[in-house]
Write a protein that binds this ligand. Sequence first.
Ligand SMILES: NC(=O)c1ccc[n+]([C@@H]2O[C@H](COP(=O)([O-])OP(=O)(O)OC[C@H]3O[C@@H](n4cnc5c(N)ncnc54)[C@H](OP(=O)(O)O)[C@@H]3O)[C@@H](O)[C@H]2O)c1
Length: 253
Amino acid sequence: MDQTEHPLQPAPPPPVLPSAHTPSPAVTPPRPKRIALFGATGLAGGGVLRACLAAPEVAGIVAVTRSPLALTSPKLLELHHGDFQSLAPLAAAFSNLDACFYCLGTSSSGLSEARYRAITRDYALETARALRQASPSHTFHFISGAGARLDSPFLWARVKAETEEALTHADLAGLVCYRPAMILADRPPNRFPWFARAAYPILRLARFFPALSLNALAPAMLQIELEAQRAGTLEHPALRAAASRYLARRRPA
Ligand SMILES: NC(=O)c1ccc[n+]([C@@H]2O[C@H](COP(=O)([O-])OP(=O)(O)OC[C@H]3O[C@@H](n4cnc5c(N)ncnc54)[C@H](OP(=O)(O)O)[C@@H]3O)[C@@H](O)[C@H]2O)c1
């Protein structure tokens, strides 16, 4: 879509403070959120996209993709982009955003260390840079992984930890890192090779690893943004708790 047709309206002006004679309203409803989403074609990002589309608290989503999404919505602006090392051409679409849900990522398997680091760390840092410039007060929500550690023997865990660390120096107004172990969903991640895809139903049932349902991860990320949490590294217990708070918010009073 042409960026000049951006359906997301600019932020409304801040509310005028009531004068001493004006009775103040009991509660001012929060302004609906405008969200940037990376990785929307994937397992985690797809779940976050569906949650955002269903959430009345989300006014609009700017999804930056390299492959097309299978759905459209008046709330969704999809921007196809080929070069995630440089998001400068998309700058105009990144203004007035409240948050970025960064779900882009891949497996280190079959990739050189340099390539895996470029996709995992450099793309995330470029996204943080571009969004900080256009929407300085946004919160960056980064999906890392359980076990991310600078001294890990595993490449993926070291690079995820490096990325978390680098993002803390990216001058962001807010940074929240999510550390799921295996994300359980009704389909495997795109990046799984064919044999792992074939074995996924068994893997899913057998639960060899600590797992978090996608039905918990996506609402948890939304809830953290809606609560305006601006820092933290969240693992399964905190994510499940946040998801429960989100579901409680959805229940009729
Ligand atoms: N799934 C899990 O169990 C799990 C557990 C812990 C952490 N995580 C983390 O969660 C994040 C999302 O994982 P996922 O399971 O949703 O993976 P996924 O299903 O493979 O989706 C990955 C997403 O990233 C995009 N992407 C991958 N490589 C790219 C590249 N070189 N350039 C542009 N876009 C690229 C994909 O776009 P295309 O559709 O165009 O390929 C897709 O949208 C990753 O960072 C992963 O490490 C996942």
